[in-house]
Design a protein. Sequence first.
Length: 212
Amino acid sequence: MKKFFASVLLTTASVFAAHSQDVKQISDCTVTYDVTIQDPKADPNIVKAMAGTTKVLYLKGSKSRSDLEAPGFKQTTLFDSKTDSTVILRELGSSKYISYLDKNKRLEKNKKYNGIQFTNTNDRKTILGYDCVKVVARLADGTTYNVYYAPNIVPVNNEYDYQFKGLPGFVLEYEAESEDGKTRVNYSATKINLAPVPIAKFDVPKSGYRVI
């Protein structure tokens, strides 16, 4: 009997250890997302204008960079959670603009996500080889959208995206609304690279941009 319980305890410990090893904390990664509009009510002109849009997310320690690129438009958001500083770069044709956000401005910009709640579901899907859990996000105004995250990869910097800081894993697919709240947009990861990201990716331009 003692041997039986010893065997059970050993097996349980082994399973627990294996499960723990499955969860990997990542400090560096590059993720590419396809950005599409799957909203049947969306303006056809907007759908056409968004064709080919991509988002590339870079993480390195406390630093994050997000490049949203559409035909004729590019927006880069640089954020450092250690200093709580944000820089937004916009390129529209030949015009270039830069904005600086301190903590208060960042919180104001993301205030719609305050009080966000995530409800677990039984749905799962595999994205880029990672088992992802589906949750339904609900904002304070009642808006809901779907999110898939991989619990086996956890970013060291969980503030890389304000709306997802409460999730215990890396988001590989999600829905969001356009800034005017009229169009539902889908972001789906198509590539992930866990190699170190060059620190130069987070340099802030010192010239060539108009401050707004």
